[in-house]
Ligand binder design. Structure first.
Ligand code: CP
Ligand code: NVA
Length: 310
């Protein structure tokens, strides 16, 4: 039985149930099949998505914009520096005003609070396109990729190696909800937020997934079905660059790390990647890497999300 998701915000996967996430994945699978058959579903004809960016983007911007075109609608790119937001208009007022013109708002920014404030003002669905704390759209695409490659999600083991960041948080929440165990290996000082880990553990209690935080990359990778990493220096952290590269040097995904994982493990990365920092070129450009299928799935997963909530 389909759940009605019209009007629902995606601020974090914390607020989405397993059934709701599966509805996005199944819809994405269908829309992807139609896309490859040359038949787009113009279910958002006449609708507009506003896309607010205060940080750079390649995948998020292009996949949302192309996705809206394919669904028969239109997407509007709004750089925060060109909006009155940059001159002190509140996020809540921005949400109220945009809701008079558009049918959905996607925002990529720093503070999660700003996304929540925008959603509080808006009467149309708000989608988090990445904050310092979460990246739920990426994880919808990642779950779709895992499902396609492995034929299931529940019971799998994902090892996240590197900086405990927005990606780690969303992977833990998404994994926990769908029954996939997530083990994160990060050095002290660069571990995921304990409050998010706790939320993921609570969700995992009913699905049988295990959510773990360990020190050693080799320990986390042992027997993994998926090895995942992300940049050591996220957007907005450039001042900490040297300190982070030094502290995280032992948490690079190397061929030795991959050798600890299951023989048919896949390697994933949300991209952009910095070869030689968080991952070796041999791994990301090697036979186990699925990073470009994963990037493509941003398009299909977000089309499903927009078709369901807008
Ligand atoms: N993975 C991702 O969100 O990429 P962009 O920063 O290019 O949007
Ligand atoms: N953790 C990275 C993800 C980029 C898609 C960042 O926030 O910059």
């Amino acid at each position: 039985m389909a759940i009605d998701l019209k009007g629902k915000d995606l601020l974090s996967l914390r607020d989405w149930s397993a059934e709701e996430i599966w509805q996005v994945l199944k819809t994405a699978e269908y829309l992807k099949m139609c896309h490859y058959a040359g038949k787009e579903n113009e279910v958002l004809k006449g609708k507009t998505l506003a896309m607010i960016f205060t940080k750079p983007s390649t995948r998020t911007r292009v996949s949302f914009e192309v996705g809206m075109t394919q669904l028969g609608g239109h997407a509007l790119y709004l750089s925060a520096s060109d909006l009155q937001l940059g001159r002190g208009e509140t996020v809540a007022d921005t949400g109220k005003v945009l809701s008079r013109y558009v049918n959905g708002i996607m925002i990529r920014t720093y503070k999660q609070n700003d996304v929540e404030g925008l959603a509080a003002g808006a009467s149309v669905p708000v989608i988090n396109g990445l904050t310092d704390d979460f990246h739920p759209c990426q994880v919808l695409a990642d779950l779709l990729t895992i499902y396609e490659k492995k034929g299931r999600i529940s019971g799998l083991r994902l090892s996240y190696i590197g900086d405990g960041n927005n990606m780690t948080h969303s992977l833990m929440l998404g994994g926990a909800k769908l029954g996939m165990s997530v083990a994160c290996a990060s050095p002290a000082g660069f571990r995921p937020d304990p409050a998010v880990v706790e939320t993921a553990r609570l969700a995992a209690a009913s699905t049988g997934a295990e959510i773990a935080v360990v020190e050693s990359a080799l320990e986390a990778a042992s027997g993994a079905d998926i090895v995942y990493t992300d940049v050591f220096v996220s957007m907005g952290q450039d001042a900490e660059r040297e300190r982070k590269l030094k502290a995280l040097a032992d948490h690079q995904v190397t061929e030795a790390v991959m050798a600890r994982a299951s023989a048919n493990a896949i390697f994933m990365h949300c991209l952009p990647a910095h070869r030689g920092e968080e991952v070796t070129a041999g791994v990301i450009d090697g036979p186990q890497s699925v990073v470009f299928d994963e990037a493509e799935n941003r398009l299909h997963a977000q089309k499903a999300l927009m078709a369901l909530v807008m």
